[in-house]
Design a binder for this molecule. Sequence first.
Ligand SMILES: Nc1ncnc2c1ncn2[C@@H]1O[C@H](COP(=O)(O)OP(=O)(O)OP(=O)(O)O)[C@@H](O)[C@H]1O
Length: 534
Amino acid sequence: MSSTPSGGGTDAPPAVELRGITKRFPGVVANHDIDITVAPGTVHAIVGENGAGKSTLMKTLYGMHRPDEGEILVRNGPVHFSSPSDAIKQGIGMVHQHFMLADNLTVLENVVLGAERRHGIGRRARARILALSEQYGLGIRPDRLMEELGVGDRQRVEILKVLYRGAETIILDEPTAVLVPQEVDELFDNLRELKREGLTVIFISHKLDEVLSVADRITVIRRGTTVDTVDPVHTSARELATLMVGGELPVPELRESTVTDRVMLSLQGITVLSPEGRPVVDDVSVDVHRGEIVGVAGVEGNGQSELIEAVMGMQALSSGRILLEGTDITEWSTLRIREAGVGYIPEDRHRHGMLLESPLWENRILGHQTRPPSVRGPWLDRSGARGDSERIVDEYDVRTPGIDVVADALSGGNQQKFIIGREMSGRPRFLVAAHPTRGVDVGAQSAIWEQLREARAAGLAVLLISADLDELIGMSDTLHVILRGRLVAEADPTGVTPEQLGSAMTGAGLDNADDTEGGPRADRTRDAEGEDGA
Ligand SMILES: Nc1ncnc2c1ncn2[C@@H]1O[C@H](COP(=O)(O)OP(=O)(O)OP(=O)(O)O)[C@@H](O)[C@H]1O
């Protein structure tokens, strides 16, 4: 492992330099005396545990927070940002994890929205978009409706939006969390292209392999401060992880089957129609047994969201039925399904998992408002909910100053850990888990996997969807592939590779993964998304 004070190795002034940045929130020092130098024309990754202070630092660089101490320099000149528009004026743009795109508008409309002054909204704007798309190899078509695009393309539109506003340094917050391997490859090609054209990319990630493959420099942040900046050529994933947590990581355990023959959840020929009447879940039949994790792999937008929402009573079926230990729950409400012992880790924690403006302990009650410890008899049990929140914070290592802070003040990964803790403490007999470790650091990820494995050994049945193919392969006892709403293949999780799975997800079949060097696989991904996206 080699440490370097700065990246790049050119004589040009740094694209960005952060000197002694400190940012405090009530009860927390989110960033403490951080130094980072980002060389122009490089990809610079920022890694660190959940709550280490990565997002806070990036928000400071993007003008969303003002640092309490320290200074920011852009090309050697000190800058002071009071808002993102100040940052944009200095050529710094940011792509957030939650895309900010209007579905009912075209790509062009989304890109020019709020930046009409640059090139208007007509022909000149279109020409500029096409030119940028061409220059950076983004393959964007300005007149497509946003809702027709898959995740990878949406992300490219977000990048284009930032380029359109004149960014020379682009910050990406966990850009690969929502992508499948093929899309990650495409994104990394895009990043290399940006770099070749002299732009600078700063990105946050929890996936150390990816960071090592694409970054020129990696800065590790631990508990709010910079630990080191390393050169990926001389650093391993394990060394990085050790720098992040300040100790050795546990080694994953070997798998042992705990699957029984008692059916916990049975989906029998279920079909869900889109508002336009197109089947988005198409005649799906699957059983999940006690002690079993059934994984469903798919490119986003192929029906997996609707499938789990159907199980949770949030999507009406047009045909088929759902049985929970033999009881027909097809017509049940979400609340009733939850009361029957079904836990739910939602796909979008901000829409379905948390009330961001409410304190953490009130979030303990959310979705569990009819059972202890949230209530005693007909009454809300404040101390029960508070006590259990303390326990979750402790047991799941949720980094927070306390249970009275609003959920919004927690880092993304810590919000996720709290949701997992809440859902698991209901002692569910069945768990619907969507991307359970999304945004969670490697240490917390293995802790969550361990919790799920223990619960499975104690009889929990789980329906798992995830964009993280290693997670699907590592956790599932049975693994299905969903494409255009249908279960099209079953893979053996003990033998399948992420590449084979990725290939099956795009409709190329499980066995066709080895022809995927170069372009063909990426093209198929796009096609599959183009026809079926969202
Ligand atoms: N608006 C806020 N108010 C109060 N505290 C905050 C706020 N934003 C962040 N924090 C705190 O600052 C610390 C750093 O959070 P930050 O979101 O920067 O971490 P992170 O490294 O991005 O984590 P993750 O990987 O989980 O996204 C955490 O302790 C968090 O609780």
